[in-house]
Ligand binder design. Structure first.
Ligand code: SER
Length: 890
């Protein structure tokens, strides 16, 4: 019976639980608190502060499975993934930790016992490596680890390696130490007889691989490159779960374990292609299967943990992984539609028990991926078009063009090569490599940030935040300080033993204010967090940093920030009430000027919904609800109370809960809030817009800022009203953009009116010239009838009068049609009208024909009706009457 992956994971937890370890959930894969690291790249990241002594752990023994990603920074495997059998983007790292508790002996004995007794791995397939020392660093070989291993393994299976393999470091700086790795030889007995496993350890053989790394954390690497001994010794172990499964299940590839095979079946079903499990360079289809199965995990979990694909930083890494997968399935599975997004529900239920965060937001994650896939598939198509337009001279494609395709259109160089083979040309590989290297150098240079080393002042490590209760504290000590250079600018930073300054986090900006050392007053420009450290950015270093200081925040600014933070909570609850429970916070910024809130929702909010949210929040403000603040609620209890938690946030066992009416707003939050909602005064939404597929953004204001905003809008409206009444542009001294635009429209309208008038006059003149020729003689009456269109009544009237004046004894009858509406105008020479010809009477008779009515004076009358089909009959009626009239009057 093969032990399933689930069972393997479970055994690990049970084993370490039996050794007194606390099992904890994985930290988010996206790293938010450490400026030196975008993604979690090792299980120990979240414990960095325990190792460095900045924080005291509650449990001294911990174990977990950690979602890790190694596609940026020091550990970068992206281009290997899918090609070989054992690299991944996201992988699970099983780990056990000792914080100043047990050390090498237990770490080694337990690792051995678990692998051989619990998982049943064969002893003679295992090798241990130990650190062989380094002269440059002045480090001795790790004889202690070697001795411990030799009690377990024959001497020839304990191997020494140098710093590159056996000294583990998280990044350029930070906790580190010698390590001891366990490698396994999974080759067939025959192969093993031919070449001894010892010779293949650390040689990139796909079947002789490292499975577990036991790191003995003893040092801190400083930014100047030096190593400093840590006050306590720790254990940090990391075991690649996928590789462990391969070993335990007796497979030849991570991808042959049940961590991936169910996904291959899914891809086979969906694409109609077959996975054959080959690893040669020609088997692109198999690579595509592996790439898609692997990358879908990384992309889904990073998004679920709060990192959206974007054009910079961590977001760009997610985008690149996603695009790599699309390129592979597009080219080698010949699948031209979005595919990865369809895998999300399956992934979510597969990982439900281990990483439930994906299940909870599967719909959201899937929508984000779909949008990304759609847009990249469009780019790919335009890239293909671009390639078809390029002329390839002398059978070689310019390396720069190949790079442009790679960089701008996201074409893998493989794909360009493939197209080349089909079309009979080759890529100028050297030129491509050069262009690629140039870009890599550029991005490395961009990524470089000089962290700088701390200089200690007073002994102590905690930076205690007291700013929930106090705005000013005396007797504050500087623990350490440093000056960081960034682009020729010097930034001075201080860490205090206690501080009222809130460090930017959870969207709330950092406090500003003053530090007073004796009679020297120093400005705090910003406060930021680095892991658990609260760092004050000051305008200069104090002359005497060792004297005790008074720390005082800018209290008015803080009040404004609190208004906006509490308003954010009130609005979050209101949004859920108005739009539904799918609304979840996706990003937040709380400053002294305004608040910005991003949340999941799939369509534009209506005016009505926005008004409703404003109304609810303002009502809550007027209710003057008192804040309830609980500082150390067990997380389970907070969940039971229905507290809103954010995905991708790391919460401890005990959390701070902020409540404004238990039936309305309960949130886990570390930020600063008003004591009672009435302080906020007023809440006003300024804008609502889309920022990504399925994510909306609201910007809003409170208190004075909201009042000013509303007043400005009213002023503007009044000015506009005034201008409309005067019909001339409003003469404001400093016109706002809206007023400027409105004035411009008004001016343009006046111009257009004039132009229209000229146009109408011209039209009437030219019509008159045409019609004047159309008079007919009825006895001695000059008679004109004509059907007009595209004219207004005023124009027709003018025309009728003009025509009447142009002839003696004239009778002019015009019809004017506009859709179904028809008007008749009848003008009669004043002399004739004095007799029996009465336009008013006549028009009434004619109106019957056009289904209407009318009247007027003897010399001019009009009527309106709704049957343009009756015009001819009406004209006929008039003509008949005129004929009779002339006969009778002779
Ligand atoms: N930090 C070590 C690693 O990542 C062991 O957990 O390999």
């Amino acid at each position: 019976m093969i032990m399933e992956a689930k069972e393997i994971r479970k055994k690990f937890f049970e084993y370490f639980e039996s050794k007194g370890h606390k099992i904890i959930p994985s930290a988010p894969i996206v790293n938010k608190d450490d400026p030196t690291l975008m993604f979690t790249n090792a299980g120990m990241n979240q414990f960095k502060d325990y190792f460095l002594g900045n924080k005291t752990p509650k449990h001294r023994r911990i174990a977990d499975t950690q979602k890790c990603l190694r596609v940026s920074g020091k550990h970068n495997d992206l281009e290997e993934v899918g090609i070989d059998s054992y690299h991944h983007t996201m992988f699970e790292m099983l780990g056990n930790w000792s914080f100043g508790d047990y050390f090498k002996k237990e770490a080694i004995d337990w690792a051995w016992e678990l692998l051989t007794k619990q998982y049943g791995l064969e002893d003679d397939r295992l090798y241990a490596t130990v650190f062989g020392g380094d002269q440059g660093e002045n480090l001795e070989p790790d004889q202690e680890a070697a001795r411990l291993w030799k009690q377990i393994l024959p001497e020839d299976r304990v191997l020494y390696f140098d710093k590159k393999d056996n000294f583990w470091e998280m990044g350029d700086t930070g906790p580190c130490g010698p390590c001891s790795e366990i490698h396994i030889d999974l080759r067939s007995t025959e192969e093993r007889r031919k070449i001894a496993g010892q010779l293949l350890v650390n040689k990139d053989h796909p079947l002789v691989v490292e499975i577990w790394n036991l790191v003995f954390i003893q040092f801190n690497r400083k930014s100047d490159g030096s190593l400093v001994e840590l006050p306590a010794k720790h254990v940090d172990t990391g075991m690649g779960f996928e590789r462990l499964c391969m070993a335990v299940q007796g497979k030849q590839s991570n991808y042959d374990t049940d961590l991936f095979t169910p996904f291959f079946s899914w891809i086979e079903k969906t694409t109609g292609k077959k996975y054959t499990g080959k690893y040669d360079r020609e088997s692109k289809k198999d690579v595509a299967f592996r790439v898609l199965a692997d990358h879908s995990r990384a992309v889904s979990f990073t998004i679920a943990d709060g990192q959206l694909p974007s054009n910079t930083g961590a977001g760009y890494v997610v985008r690149r992984i996603l695009r790599r997968a699309v390129r592979y399935y597009f080219s080698f599975l010949e699948f031209k539609e979005p595919l990865m997004y369809q895998m999300v529900p399956f992934l979510a239920s597969y990982f439900e028990d281990t990483f439930p965060e994906l299940k909870d937001q599967a719909e959201f994650v899937s929508k984000i991926i779909l949008e990304e896939e759609k847009s990249f598939l469009r780019t790919l198509e335009s890239g293909l078009r671009r390639l078809s337009q390029i002329e390839v001279a002398h059978g070689k494609l310019d390396g720069k063009v190949a790079f442009e395709l790679y960089d701008t259109y996201g074409f893998p160089i493989d794909l360009t090569r493939l197209i080349g083979t089909e079309q009979g040309w080759q890529v100028d590989e050297k030129g491509f490599e050069e262009a690629l290297k140039e870009q890599q150098d550029r991005s490395r240079a961009d990524a470089h940030r000089e962290a700088g080393d701390w200089s200690p002042v007073h002994v102590g490590s905690e930076s205690l935040f007291v700013g929930y209760d106090r705005q000013s504290v005396k007797g504050v000590k500087v623990i350490k300080h440093r000056t960081v250079s960034e682009k020729s600018k010097k930034i001075h930073q201080l860490v205090l033993d206690k501080t009222p300054f809130y460090a930017e986090s959870g969207g709330q900006v950092g406090d500003t204010g003053f530090l007073t050392f004796g009679d020297e007053k120093i400005r705090v420009l910003d406060t930021q967090k680095e892991n658990e450290l609260i760092i004050h950015f000051v305008d200069r270093m104090p002359k005497k940093p060792s004297v005790e200081a008074k720390a005082e925040i800018d209290a008015y600014r803080r009040q404004l920030i609190e208004n906006n933070h509490t308003a954010t909570h009130l609005m979050h609850a209101a949004l859920r009430e108005v739009l539904g429970n799918h609304v979840e916070q996706r990003g937040s910024l709380v400053t002294e000027k305004y608040l910005r809130f991003d949340f999941s929702h799939f369509e534009k909010m209506t005016e009505g919904q926005i008004a409703r949210v404003e109304e609810i929040v303002n009502r809550r403000i007027r209710e003057n609800i008192l804040r309830r603040e609980e500082r150390a609620v067990p997380i389970e209890k907070a969940k039971e109370a229905g507290a809103m938690m954010l995905f991708g946030e790391k919460y401890g066992d005990r959390v701070r809960v902020i409540t404004f009416d238990p039936s309305y707003s309960v949130e886990l939050c570390g930020g600063c809030h008003v004591e009672a909602t009435g302080e906020i005064g007023l809440f006003k939404i300024k804008s609502e817009s889309a920022i990504a597929a399925g994510i909306r953004r609201i910007e809003a204001m409170t208190a004075e800022a909201a009042m000013t905003y509303i007043n400005n809008m009213i002023n503007e409206l009044n000015l506009i009203k005034e201008s409309i009444a005067l019909s001339s542009p409003s003469p404001t001294p400093v016109p706002t953009p809206a007023i400027k635009k409105f004035n411009k429209i008004l001016e343009e309208k006046q111009e257009l009116d004039k132009e229209l008038m000229r146009y109408k006059t011209d039209k009437i003149r030219s019509l008159k010239e045409t019609l004047i020729e159309k008079f007919t003689q009825v006895g001695d009456i000059q008679f004109l009838k004509s059907k007009l269109m595209d004219m207004d009544m005023d124009g027709a009237k003018t025309l009728a009068y003009d025509l009447l004046k142009a002839r003696d004894h004239a009778v002019v009858c015009l019809s004017l049609t506009n859709g179904n509406k028809v008007n008749l105008l009848l003008a009669i020479d004043r002399d004739l009208a004095k007799g029996k010809l009465n336009a008013g009477n006549l028009i009434r008779e004619m109106s019957g024909h056009i289904k209407g009515g009318g009247g007027g004076q003897p010399f001019f009358a009009t009527s309106g009706g709704k049957d343009p089909g009756g015009i001819d009959a009406a004209f006929g009626h008039l003509e008949q009457f005129l004929r009779q009239f002339v006969t009778q009057n002779h």
